[in-house]
Ligand binder design. Structure first.
Ligand SMILES: [Zn+2]
Ligand SMILES: [Zn+2]
Length: 277
């Protein structure tokens, strides 16, 4: 049973729907880390709605009624899809939400998202599913996975995840500024010895110079982090919404020339591709 990663959303900030953005995809962040029939959902951008149909209908595995979701933070691009995650509409479903935040904080934020102002619901308790909120503390077991976390350099609190099983190690770093800083140094040391590194890379270097304080990375600084972390497979994600397929492919080719060798490969993440170890 190999570990794999499947993206349902690769865009940062907002959706990007256009015929010239079909290859890399247009949904906001969501992916699954998979081992056998186990699915660990990471982030709940709008991509989670397509995933919901697959999980409920038993595509690529059995139909299920228990779901495990890790959230990096509460910026809207990472949680807005939750209200369109169809398992929440059914009584027999149990939704486990894991973060390093205090449970009361998570409930307060999601109650706001799901109140009568921003959704047709009236708070978490108005939905038929069962919610279970878990505060992660250091190292936690979620199904066959062991999950640990590290803060990112972002605006507000945001967490990177290290997801380990007997089959391999995935590190997910999103909404992080990879320029040199004590926070980045600490994160790079923590992320070493992984098999798949997922790292955000929203900006070109010139875009980064316009917005150096937004808490995101240029693809050059993301690649430099990846060189230091040394994973055999690096997937860059959180693509800028305005970037079309040919622009992404051009940047990807440029980075491949600088980065790829016999021991390591880098790609820009695409929706719908199952990346295996
Ligand atoms: Zn984001
Ligand atoms: Zn953010």
């Amino acid at each position: 049973m190999a570990l794999s990663v499947l993206f349902y959303g690769t865009r940062g900030q907002i959706m990007s729907v256009s015929s010239d953005r079909l290859i890399y995809g247009g949904h906001t962040p969501c992916l699954t880390v998979n081992e056998g029939e186990e699915r660990l959902i990471v982030d709940a951008g709008f991509g989670i709605s397509n995933l919901a149909h697959e999980l409920m209908n038993g595509k690529n595995g059995p139909a299920r009624n228990e779901f495990h979701i890790l959230l990096s933070h509460f910026h809207w691009d990472h949680i807005q899809g939750l209200m369109y995650f169809s398992p929440i509409y059914f009584e027999h479903n149990r939704i486990n939400v894991y973060t390093p935040f205090e449970v009361d904080v998570v409930k307060e934020v999601l109650n706001l998202l799901l109140d009568g102002s921003y959704s047709p619901f009236n708070g978490l308790a108005s939905l038929p599913c069962t919610w279970n909120f878990v505060k992660l503390n250091g190292s936690n077991r979620v199904g066959p996975f062991n999950v640990s976390f590290h803060p990112t350099a972002h605006i507000g609190e945001c967490y990177a995840y290290r997801i380990t099983s007997d089959e391999g190690r995935v590190v997910y770093v999103t909404d992080h500024d990879a320029r040199s800083s004590p926070a980045n140094e600490s994160l790079v040391a923590w992320a070493k010895d992984c098999d798949i590194l997922i790292h955000e890379a929203m900006f070109t270097p010139s875009e980064y110079s316009l917005f150096p304080d937004l808490g995101h990375s240029s693809f050059i600084s993301a690649m430099e982090n990846a060189q230091r972390i040394g994973a055999p497979m690096t997937l860059l994600t959180h693509h800028a919404a305005r970037r079309n397929d040919s622009e992404l492919a051009e940047h990807e080719r440029y980075l491949e020339k600088l980065f790829n060798n016999r021991d390591r490969k880098l790609a820009f993440a695409r929706e719908g591709i199952n990346y295996r170890l």
